[in-house]
Design a protein around this ligand. Structure first.
Ligand code: NAP
Length: 441
């Protein structure tokens, strides 16, 4: 059900009911020590969750997801730790190898997820610099830390005098590793990293499930782990980058990540009045939303314009690029909020063959995902990235505020093409002006 936008709501509901069932069954278990503390946890967690969900702005969604992922990792780590303390109190002997291994994995993955996610949150919220921080020997340091953490795990599993030292070394290093792994990854790549950390938080939960012998936790954790990993790979593919490149290349360490070719041509502005004239006669219109639509929160005005165009006899579709915006499904969520029907949303692969027949492509705050350099400039760092072929439409109208580059920092040849016109200004204001022109005529 989650694989399709129309059934996703029901899929979420089914998952929620499944989780409720798991919680109720767990609460009925005899080993529960204190219902009072569980209640305190429920009240405190619900309050924080409610306030955060109500107050978060749509553009701040990725960092909230990052933070909540991190709490998942922390929870798993604490479960692993407390289970170790409980078993240690019960018997000072070395733990069975299976138990010590799963506790070690829970703590290691949970710790990395926690600090990695908190750092990702800080980068995205711009509380710290979003730049990729690189230094010599960085990857060697991460490798060395991983080796020391594993050595700590071995001491822990062996039991004896160094058992506790080994365990706490693994805890400390996992927390450190979260920071050092995310450090060389730029703010723009954070959505990919968040999706990967989400996957890790699932694996930590699955490991915690083994620790406490809870099958539901194992299954739910594996679901989160695999779906998060699939999402991560989809995002990498949509950017034509490998996961290794995202994690280790330091993309975004400098302001511009690559130059590509400089293009000739001039930017040709268009007024809202002339935009109206072009759109008034159009019969096939494709709207390509991007990050700028999210920044200006223009989704309701986009929907209003789409409705007006349809009333005027045009067929309107929305071209959805898989990495438009700054998080997976960013455009889908915004357009759904404005009640744009799902049938109007067309995926990139399906819309591209239709582009040559399209009268007008309206590009709203999208840049990289419509950059033809991805197809025709081999020297471009984004060469090979799949794009929405907006440039093939008879006329292209681009809404943006000025000459600002996209996430990649590259110049965009689309804006200079003879069939492109630039409607400058905040997307919401520009769309309101075009809608007013329609209403006034
Ligand atoms: P983009 O390349 O980041 O470009 C956004 C454009 O919007 C900018 O050129 C900017 O130009 C314009 N803009 C900003 N605020 C605006 C406003 N208020 N009104 C109108 N225009 C505004 O966006 P994109 O085409 O959506 O591409 C997404 C990029 O993010 C891709 O490079 C993708 O690889 C990357 N990325 C996405 C994800 C994901 O999950 N979606 C994950 C990782 C990376 P002005 O400043 O001139 O207005």
């Amino acid at each position: 059900m989650l694989g399709n936008a129309e059934t996703a709501r029901r899929g979420n509901l089914v998952s929620a009911v499944g989780m409720l069932l798991a919680v109720v069954v767990t609460l009925l278990a005899k080993q529960i020590l204190s219902y009072e503390w569980i209640l305190v946890g429920i009240v405190a967690g619900s309050l924080v969750g409610y306030v955060a969900a109500v107050r978060v702005k749509m553009t701040a969604m990725p960092e909230m997801v990052a933070l909540f992922n991190g709490f998942g990792g922390l929870a798993s780590m604490l479960v692993g730790w407390s289970e170790y303390e409980r078993l240690h109190l019960a018997s000072p002997d070395a733990l069975p190898l299976f138990i010590s291994t799963t506790i070690f994995l829970t703590v290691l993955i949970g710790g990395i997820t926690f600090t990695g996610s908190v750092y990702a949150f800080l980068k995205l919220a711009e509380w710290v610099s979003g730049r990729a921080l690189l230094f010599r020997g960085q990857h060697m340091l991460n490798l060395a830390l991983t080796v020391v953490a594993i050595a700590g795990g071995v001491l822990f599993a062996m039991g004896g005098d160094y058992e506790r030292a080994g365990f706490f070394a693994a805890v400390a290093i996992s927390l450190l590793l979260g920071f050092t792994i995310v450090m060389p990854i730029g703010g723009g790549d954070m959505p990919v990293v968040i999706s990967m950390l989400n996957s890790l938080s699932g694996l930590a939960a699955a490991a915690a499930g083994f620790v406490i012998g809870n099958n539901v936790l194992v299954v739910a954790g594996c679901l989160v782990g695999t779906s998060g990993m699939i999402l991560t790979l989809i995002m990498c593919k949509a950017m034509n980058r490998t996961m290794v490149n995202v994690l280790f290349s330091g993309f975004g360490a400098t302001a511009a990540t690559g130059k590509g070719t400089a293009f000739a041509g001039e930017l040709k502005p268009i007024s809202p009045g002339d935009t109206y004239a072009v759109l008034e006669t159009a019969r096939q219109v494709v709207i390509v939303p991007g990050y700028g639509m999210a920044v200006s929160q223009a989704q309701h005005q986009v929907k209003e314009l789409a409705d007006i165009l349809e009333k005027n006899g045009a067929e309107v579709r929305f071209a959805i690029h898989p990495v438009a915006g700054r998080m997976p499904g960013h455009m889908n969520v915004l357009l759904a909020e404005a009640n744009v029907p799902y049938e109007q949303l067309v995926e990139m692969a399906a819309i591209n063959p239709m582009m040559p027949q399209v009268d007008v492509a309206i590009v709203i705050g999208a840049n990289d995902v419509v950059n033809p350099a991805a197809i025709n400039d081999k020297s471009s760092p984004i060469h090979g990235m799949p794009i929405v072929n907006a440039h093939e439409a008879r006329t292209v109208i681009c809404l943006k505020r000025g000459k600002g580059a996209g996430f990649s920092g590259l110049e965009n040849q689309l804006f200079l093409l003879p069939n492109t016109r630039m409607l400058y200004g905040d997307a919401k204001v520009s769309l309101q002006a075009v809608v007013s022109e329609f209403k006034g005529n």
